[in-house]
Design a protein. Structure first.
Length: 420
């Protein structure tokens, strides 16, 4: 096989593919964050005010757990899809349709049961589209440009999140719009992206013939001893995301319960803190997307982002006012912005099987992202309760614990040997 020719072909990245990826990232992120940042916490607080922390933790945890469970299955399906429509397009299309249904159910939810049902549907839809989405950059972007493309995709996600954080609180009295307001954007961007993207078409003869159940179980099959670098990056992401999961979903409750922000002030305070947080992520991502393709060691970037998350966690934990809390959370978001492109490129650099089964292995990385998001919100109320019995307080202890996890995760990534 002529590897030089192969590399030249891979290096020719169709601009329309990159444009399609960026457009779809924006739409998917906006539709997911509009309910995620505001709608679900507010809806649950209205339905179950006495147990809102535990109920929110359960809802977010169930969504993340299902996302973690389903991502590798949909990853294997995507890697073995032989449709003339392409390998990735079917998952993107069906996933978007399912997500739309979940957002609509959340919009009319008047009980915890309906909120949980919406969460289950959303987990299925986002896992399906996410598995296909995760393979798009490794499929068509050469290694030397992945940091920039991944970074710009992250940046557009930040812009979408910023828009969601500004628009969401203004819809606080209109539940359906607050939850499902992103559906038109999701449908439009997915439609445009599917038209633009030139997908791979898999020859049916290249798909192993085996029972369906075995095929699905293949999504979970991985021996860390066969690819230790992949294993260390996976574990580092797991712990760093554990730290991130502790703070994000409970920021609104920190403001109301710890800093005593009133209902009248809450929408403007949420908008301000979210906007500054997204600005921090934007700046961090800009730093990360250019540095990820330029710096000698992406492992050092991951460790540095973990340390910055910990510092931000300490500032937020001991804040006695909204401005100080906002400064701490903004630093955390900046660190997350640096982490995402550095970690993303590192993940792509350690994929096993010489780049085969891309969606499967990128989806297994989703477990490292979703497992802490499923367990973290369930563990967080326990940490809050323990902290409440100490002079430190419940929410401050939560932010300090988040920082510890972030540092440990960054240190573990240093054990990777095959890449810098």
């Amino acid at each position: 096989m002529d590897t030089t020719t192969g590399e030249a072909q891979v290096a020719e990245v169709p601009k329309r593919n990159v444009l399609a990826i960026l457009i779809m990232v924006f739409g998917n992120t906006f539709a997911a964050l509009l309910p995620g940042l505001v709608a679900m916490p507010i809806i649950i607080a209205r339905i179950d005010p006495a147990n809102k922390a535990a109920s929110l933790g359960t809802a977010v945890g169930v969504m993340a757990f299902l996302g973690m469970l389903l991502a590798p299955v949909f990853g294997v399906i995507s890697d073995r899809t032989t449709s003339r429509f392409g390998m990735r397009r079917p998952g993107l299309l069906i996933g978007t349709a399912t997500t739309t249904v979940g957002l609509a159910v959340l919009g009319v939810a008047d009980s915890l049961a309906l909120v949980y049902l919406a969460g289950v549907i959303l987990a299925v839809g986002t896992s399906m589209s996410g598995a296909s989405n995760a393979a798009l950059i490794p499929d068509c972007v050469p290694g030397h440009a992945r940091g920039r493309v991944f970074g710009f995709a992250t940046l557009l996600g930040v812009v979408a999140g910023l828009m969601a954080s500004v628009i969401g609180p203004r819809l606080i009295d209109h539940q359906f719009a607050m939850a499902a307001g992103g559906v038109p954007v999701l449908v439009l961007t997915t439609a445009v992206g599917l038209v633009l993207y030139r997908d791979r078409v898999l020859d049916p003869r290249d798909v192993p013939r085996q029972p369906v159940l075995r095929t699905l179980l293949d999504g979970y099959r991985f021996d860390p001893r066969s690819a230790p670098d992949y294993g260390w990056v996976w574990l580092g992401r797991l712990l760093l995301t554990f730290g991130i999961s502790f703070g994000g979903a409970f920021a609104i409750y920190f403001l109301t319960d710890q800093l005593h922000v009133g209902r009248a002030e809450l929408p403007s305070v949420i908008s301000l803190t979210s906007a500054l947080g997204m600005a921090g992520t934007t700046v961090g991502t800009l730093v990360g997307l250019f540095a990820a393709d330029k710096v000698r060691s992406r492992k050092s970037m991951v460790l540095a982002s973990g340390v910055l998350m910990a510092v931000g966690g300490v500032v937020a934990a001991f804040s006695a006012s909204v401005p100080v809390f906002t400064a701490g959370s903004t630093l955390i978001y900046f660190a997350v912005g640096v982490f995402i492109p550095a970690d993303g490129v590192l993940c792509m650099a350690v994929l096993p099987d010489d780049g085969r089964n891309v969606s499967k292995y990128m989806s297994i990385f989703t477990i490292a992202d979703q497992f802490p998001r499923s367990i973290g919100p369930m563990v967080a109320p326990v940490v809050i309760s323990l902290g409440a019995a100490t002079p430190l307080g419940g929410y401050p202890l939560l932010y300090l614990a988040a920082g510890i996890f972030a540092i440990i995760g960054g240190l573990l990534v240093r054990r990777v040997r095959g890449v810098l």
